[in-house]
Design a protein around this ligand. Structure first.
Ligand SMILES: Nc1ncnc2c1ncn2[C@@H]1O[C@H](COP(=O)(O)OP(=O)(O)O)[C@@H](O)[C@H]1O
Ligand SMILES: [Mg+2]
Length: 138
């Protein structure tokens, strides 16, 4: 039997709003094994993106926990990726600078400026975007 890969336990997400806390997720429990392919399906606003953002480490659950390969998730990391529904790009930054923003955040001081440059250009080449490195999204 495959090992447990990702586990959400009793996850609650309370967003602060002008009208007080809004409970978007209440006691969400999920177990995913290595190699499993899982779809979260539900109506708009039911909390799918909120779950993904917690797993991505972009949001912190207000209760409960998210454990990936035995480690608690509390920040983004290079072993997890999210493809957003919108472009999620800064229109005033170039393609290179947009990618750099994320690469800096994920690798912090673990990568030198030169390593970062090579990593960004390598990944832009992988998706045939290297020619646009100096262009803005628009
Ligand atoms: N930052 C936020 N502040 C307040 N409410 C939010 C915030 N983000 C999401 N919500 C609310 O939480 C609920 C779940 O949102 P979301 O996870 O984006 O749903 P889905 O991806 O399933 O459409 C929605 O009612 C949404 O309006
Ligand atoms: Mg969504």
């Amino acid at each position: 039997m495959a090992k447990l890969h990702l586990e959400l336990t009793g996850v609650e997400m309370a967003f602060d709003t002008a009208k007080g806390p809004f409970i978007a997720l209440d006691n969400v429990n999920l177990k995913i094994k290595k190699g499993e392919f899982v779809s979260l399906i539900g109506h708009s606003g039911c909390g799918k993106s909120t779950v993904l953002n917690i797993v991505a480490g972009l949001l912190q659950a207000s209760k409960g926990g998210c454990v990936l390969d035995g480690h608690e998730v509390n920040s983004p990391g290079p072993e997890r990726a999210v493809v957003f529904q919108n472009h999620a790009l800064m229109p005033w930054l170039t393609v290179y600078e947009n990618v750099e923003l994320a690469v800096r955040q994920v690798f912090k001081k673990a990568m030198s400026r030169q390593e970062r440059k090579e990593w960004i250009l390598h990944n832009l080449e992988l998706v045939n975007m290297a020619h646009a490195a100096g262009k803005r999204p628009g």
